[in-house]
Design a protein. Sequence first.
Length: 226
Amino acid sequence: MSERVAVVVGAGGDLGLATALLLADAGFTVTAVDRTEKALDAVPDGIRREEGDATDPTVARNVIDRIATESGPPEVLVNTLGVFRPGEALAATPEDLRLMMDVNLGAALWLSQAVAPYMRGRGGGAIVHVSARPASEPTLGVAAYSLSKAALNHLVRVLDLELRPHGIRVNAVAPQLLDTAKNRAMLPPEALAHAVPPETIANVIAFLVGDLATNISGAIVPAHGV
């Protein structure tokens, strides 16, 4: 059993992988989680892998239970899961809203529920979810996405009120756009002018879960780029 266990969900993505590597380098025993085994192909040896779809509350709880049994109760949960689908409010469909609420909000709630008892049992912990700038600043063309991320921001603040008395800190980091190969392929160069490398956001996450941030909870930390 490790004394410092971290769980990174969405580790098949660029931000999740960068965060998992950074926490492993910081001395955590890290478990990388994603929906499929193939999504975790880039995760190096030395980091445990767990397959599971965290949008399903039963699956989310089972994954956290397995990690706690095999590695120890998690001290850190980082949730980098997210899905994006553009569209204006008047054109949004039930499918659009359901998908983004399930992934951008639901997974955060189910994972927080699953990990909280273990963190309470060990006397504390840190949770970081990944939000986005449109959650707090209305943006054209991303209505359902921004609604789901705004709900995530509110969840972070509610969880802070509920879990802070147990020594559990809950925060979020809110980038505007990540500089990834996928985004470079989809977006024109001018849209990427202020994109931020995933490693930069991973460093913000590492700060929020680390000892230097022991007095920070309930924060939505902007990481918009310059």
